[in-house]
Design a protein. Structure first.
Length: 118
């Protein structure tokens, strides 16, 4: 069974950086891609970035974070990372990692809270 544990969030000021980590154990050998999402208060879950899980490290970032956030992976450690630079108050949300494809998801972890003060 897949277990997802996100960490690295915190309270920071505008312009700061944070690096989020996701420990993803129990991933299937057929895992296609992992992704980061976020959910701000009273808003739906938003896709941020994805990285292919095997082979060439290929990534895609949503327009809302392109140029500021960078997703990466470490297959040996079953880890997915999200480097976030130049954080803004609008980035305040709970951040989650999970399989990119809905059909590959068992559940959502608890996420990690990121709060950016102005």
């Amino acid at each position: 069974q897949v277990q997802l544990v996100e960490s690295g969030g915190g309270l920071v000021q505008t312009g700061a950086s944070l690096k989020l980590s996701c420990a993803a154990s129990g991933l299937s050998s057929s895992t296609y891609a992992m992704a980061w999402f976020r959910q701000a208060p009273e808003k739906g879950r938003e896709f941020l970035a994805t990285v292919l899980w095997t082979g060439t490290i290929s990534t895609y970032h949503a327009n809302s974070v392109e140029g500021r956030f960078t997703i990466s992976r470490d297959n040996a450690k079953n880890m997915v990372y999200l480097q976030m630079n130049n954080l803004k108050p609008k980035d305040t949300a709970v951040y989650y990692c999970n399989n990119l494809r809905p059909q590959d998801r068992d559940y959502w972890g608890q996420g990690t809270q990121v709060t950016v003060s102005s």
